[in-house]
Design a protein around this ligand. Structure first.
Ligand code: SF4
Ligand code: SF4
Length: 56
């Protein structure tokens, strides 16, 4: 999964729905650990800014 930081407003919604805690939020950016990600697509579905895509 990939986050477009130009779209992301760091709302934290995706972090809360990840079942494997693969998403990390800081003051300036949100990152996804693709080694942990199980591609459930929860984060992509809930993101209000459509900032998350399935590409690596
Ligand atoms: S696709 Fe699922 S497992 Fe992967 S980062 Fe998003 S919520 Fe977490
Ligand atoms: S849900 Fe979308 S806008 Fe919110 S922190 Fe995650 S990627 Fe950014």
């Amino acid at each position: 999964m990939k986050i477009n930081m130009r779209k992301c407003d760091i709302c934290g919604t995706c972090v809360a729905v990840c079942p494997v805690d693969a998403i990390y939020v800081s003051e300036y950016e949100v990152t996804i650990d693709n080694d942990k990600c199980i591609s459930c697509l929860n984060c992509l579905i809930v993101c209000p800014a459509q900032a998350i895509t399935e590409e690596e």
